[in-house]
Design a protein around this ligand. Structure first.
Ligand SMILES: Nc1ncnc2c1ncn2[C@@H]1O[C@H](COP(=O)(O)OP(=O)(O)OP(=O)(O)O)[C@@H](O)[C@H]1O
Ligand SMILES: [Mg+2]
Length: 277
C-alpha cells in the first residue's frame, strides 16, 4: 500500500493545550512494497507517526493518503474496512492473558473473517497449519497451545509479530519489535519480519531503537527528533555525523545500540556508529 503524508502534523487528544504537536508538519512518501525504519531518541514522535499511518490518530493539520484515498474523508464503515487492511503491531501486543497462543495469533486474521467465523475461532481454532507456520517463523511453534500468560515478554512480543503473517494487510506498521528481545532473538525476529514482508510485497514501516539493526536490515531510514523530520535518506547516506546530530545529548540511546553479533575474533563489539557508511 502506498503512503503519502502531505504537511501532516499530529497532536494527541490528551496533549497539553497550547503545547507543541507530537509531530510537526512533515512530508513523507512510501512506495508500495517499500521498507523503511524510523529512528530517533525517545519522545521523538516515532510511535505517533505509526499511529498517524495506522489511522488511529487523525492529522491535526495536513493530509494522509493511503493508496488513492484520504482515510479521514471516508464514511466510518469504509474507514473501519481500510483499517482492516493495515496491520499495526504495538510495542506491547494487547494479548488477553488466558488466551491460547493459537487463538492470539489467529486474531491477526480477524479483519478477513466474517462475524460467525471470528466468533467460532474463539472457541475452536481453525487454520492450525497457518498459525503453526507463522509461529515457526519466530521460533515459537512449540508454544501453539500454551497460554499467553505463561509466556515471557519476549515470546509475547514475537507472537505480536507472528500475527502479521496471518493478517490480510498490505501495510505493516511495527513499533519497536525488538524491545523485549535479546540480541540473538532480535536478529532472528527482524530477519523473519523483513523476509516475510519482502516475500509478500508488503509495505513495512518499523520504528527501532537499535540503530545498528535499522542500518543492517532497511534500505531507507527516517530520523525523527523532537517531533520533526531530521532526515529521510537511503541507508548508505546515513553517516555517523548525522546519527551523532540525531542523538546529540542522548548519546546513551545511540551507543546503547550495539551490533547484534561481534564480528569474528572481536570480543567487544564497537558502537553502532562505527558501522555506518
Ligand atoms: N497518549 C498521549 N497523550 C499525550 N501525549 C502523548 C501521548 N503519546 C505520546 N505523547 C507525546 O508525544 C511525543 C512523542 O511521543 P512518541 O510516543 O511518539 O515518541 P517515541 O519516539 O515513540 O518515543 P519512545 O522511543 O520512547 O517510544 C512525546 O512528547 C509524548 O510525550
Ligand atoms: Mg515509541
Amino acid at each position: 500500500m502506498r503512503i503519502e503524508l502531505l504537511a501532516a502534523a499530529a497532536r494527541h487528544p490528551a496533549a497539553r493545550p497550547g503545547g507543541a504537536p507530537a509531530l510537526q508538519p512533515l512530508d513523507l512518501q512510501v512506495a508500495e512494497g517499500e521498507h523503511l525504519a524510523v529512528i530517533g531518541p525517545s519522545g521523538a514522535g516515532k510511535t505517533t507517526l505509526l499511529q498517524l499511518l495506522a489511522c488511529t490518530l487523525p492529522p491535526s493539520q495536513g493530509q494522509l493518503r493511503l493508496g488513492d484515498t484520504d482515510p479521514w474523508q471516508l464514511p466510518r464503515r469504509q474507514l473501519q474496512a481500510l483499517r482492516g487492511r493495515l496491520f499495526l503491531a504495538p510495542q506491547v501486543p494487547p494479548l488477553p492473558p488466558r488466551q491460547r497462543v493459537v487463538t492470539a495469533v489467529l486474531a491477526g486474521r480477524l479483519p478477513a473473517m466474517g462475524l460467525w467465523e471470528s466468533l467460532a475461532s474463539l472457541f475452536r481454532p481453525t487454520l492450525l497449519e497457518p498459525a503453526w507456520q507463522a509461529l515457526r517463523q519466530f521460533d515459537l511453534e512449540d508454544k501453539l497451545f500454551e497460554r499467553v500468560d505463561r509466556l515471557s515478554g519476549g515470546e509475547r512480543q514475537r507472537i505480536g509479530l507472528a500475527r502479521a503473517l496471518l493478517a490480510p494487510a498490505r501495510l505493516w506498521l511495527v513499533d519497536e519489535p525488538l524491545s523485549a528481545l535479546d540480541p540473538t532473538r532480535s536478529k532472528q525476529a527482524i530477519g523473519a519480519l523483513v523476509g516475510q514482508a519482502r516475500q509478500r510485497g508488503v509495505t513495512l514501516v518499523t520504528t527501532l531503537h537499535q540503530v545498528d539493526v535499522a542500518l543492517a536490515h532497511f534500505p531507507r531510514i527516517v530520523g525523527l527528533r523532537d517531533g520533526a523530520l531530521a532526515f529521510d535518506l537511503p541507508t548508505a547516506e546515513v553517516s555517523p555525523e548525522r546519527l551523532a546530530r540525531l542523538y546529540a545529548q542522548r548519546e546513551d540511546e545511540l551507543h546503547g545500540a550495539l551490533p547484534l553479533a561481534a564480528p569474528e575474533g572481536r570480543e567487544t563489539p564497537p558502537p553502532a556508529v562505527m558501522h555506518c557508511r
